[in-house]
Design a protein around this ligand. Structure first.
Ligand SMILES: Nc1nc2c(ncn2[C@@H]2O[C@H](COP(=O)(O)OP(=O)(O)OP(=O)(O)O)[C@@H](O)[C@H]2O)c(=O)[nH]1
Length: 408
């Protein structure tokens, strides 16, 4: 298979002048957002900002389908897998191609984390930036996306930056859809999240801040859009009441989020974003890491228990526990039901040994038996019809031998 799947290579990140920064672990920022929300532009702006601060980030591109990336990457999925070739070889569409590339890349995630950890230990990383495919579900809802995110989160304080296209979110319906998506990503990844309202040079994000902090303001906007027959709300009472109940439910969710208004185009709000990242990293260390470690410990314990159970079962199957004195012997301390079950299987096996159990029929063998029987019956009938013993026939030594052999 020529998917050009090679080990990820990294381009050395510039060593920072201030190695004291390594005292606090560098954050990993995973940029997720709908297609066209401005992830790449945002990363480009962030990259420029961090370079200006003399803390250049370590950049990982996980979008195999992107054509031009306007900044230097240290690790690029496109160096490991060839998106077009994957599509051709597996006969896939664009989304299937992206998912397969991510799956192939996920098999090398240990190497990627190894590279990152080496750089972290050397103190040459201040921040890891990860760009993801615009087909959000390919990353968020795929097993490989979860593997990559988990691996990163186990090595670095990881923050999700959920990029939102502000001008396209001004209607209560699209706003709510976006919030639900963010909520599901938070639930899926279980990582701290920052809502990045991008393109604020084109549309102020004040309305979003208001809707997220003042439930009544959102209700008002809902009513207005219903009266104005807004896109998605459409005068149907059902949609408005659905949004209404959802906004109540999401009220709790908003409390766990930071909202930052930025313009990737002009650079406004980037500093606020970095402050929010710092806050989320503290939150990660305080709340998320202990939870993650608890979950990992539980998973390991569960795995050990399952292994012990398997081993126990295997030992029983092999009679290593000494519970059986002989094949037909009674088994020590065995519950009645189990004993019956075991007896049944013993019977089955002894039947099999005696050749009475259910066995596959050998067709040739059966045909031969029938032929032999038929021949003997035919011969006896012949004898009877010819009046008992036909000297001529019985004198035939070979036939006598044949009859004798069959009557034995
Ligand atoms: N006005 C304005 N336009 C922006 C801003 N950020 C991005 N854009 C524009 O939005 C469009 C999409 O930007 P990208 O950065 O390619 O978006 P993306 O999310 O990476 O796109 P995919 O990777 O294809 O999903 C481009 O035309 C950008 O110029 C911004 O802050 N303000």
């Amino acid at each position: 298979m020529d998917t050009s799947s090679t080990a990820p290579t990294d381009t050395p990140a510039m060593a920072t002048s201030d190695t004291s920064a390594t005292k606090t672990p560098p954050p990993a920022i995973i940029c997720i957002g709908m297609a066209g929300s401005g992830k790449t532009t945002f990363m480009q702006r962030l990259n420029a900002h961090l370079h200006a601060q003399k803390t250049p980030p370590y950049i990982v591109n996980l979008d195999p389908a992107v054509k031009n990336v306007p900044f230097e990457r240290n690790i690029d999925i496109r160096d490991s897998v060839n998106y077009k070739e994957v599509m051709k070889q597996y006969n896939l569409g664009p989304n299937g191609g992206i998912m397969t590339c991510l799956n192939l890349f996920a098999t090398k995630v240990d190497q990627v984390i190894g590279i990152l950890e080496k750089r972290k230990d050397a103190g040459s990383i201040d921040c890891v930036l990860v760009d993801t495919p615009g087909q959000i579900e390919c990353f968020v809802w795929s097993a490989s996306g979860a593997i990559i995110t988990d691996a990163l989160a186990s090595a670095f304080p990881t923050v999700i930056a959920y990029i939102i296209d502000t001008p396209r979110t001004t209607s209560p319906a699209t706003f709510m859809s976006n919030m639900l998506y963010a909520c599901s990503i938070l639930y899926k990844t279980k990582l701290p999240m920052i809502l990045v309202f991008n393109k604020t040079d084109a549309q102020d994000a004040a309305f979003a801040k208001e809707w997220m902090t003042d439930f009544e303001a959102f209700q008002r906007a809902l009513r207005e859009s219903e009266e104005g027959n807004d896109e998605g709300v459409g005068g149907s009472g059902y949609m408005a009441s659905l949004l209404n109940s959802m906004s109540l439910m999401l009220d709790e969710f908003y409390k766990h989020l930071d909202l930052v208004a930025v313009s990737a185009m002009t650079g406004a709000g980037i500093e606020d974003f970095m402050v929010a990242v710092k806050g989320k990293c503290e939150e990660y260390e305080r709340d998320y890491r202990p939870e993650m470690e608890k979950a990992r410990k539980k998973r390991d314990e569960q795995r050990i228990k399952e292994k012990e159970k398997e081993l126990d079962r295997l030992m029983k199957d092999m009679d290593v526990d000494g519970g059986v004195s002989s094949k037909s012997g009674r088994k020590k301390s065995m519950p009645k039901e189990e004993e019956e079950q075991d007896l049944l299987s013993d019977m089955e096996s002894s039947d099999e040994e005696a050749g009475q159990g259910m066995q596959e029929r050998d067709e040739d063998e059966g045909a031969m038996d029938e032929d032999e029987e038929g021949l003997q019956a035919r011969y006896e009938r012949e004898l009877r019809e010819k009046g008992g013993t036909d000297a001529g026939v019985l004198q035939d030594a070979s036939l006598r031998r044949y009859l004798g052999a069959n009557q034995m």
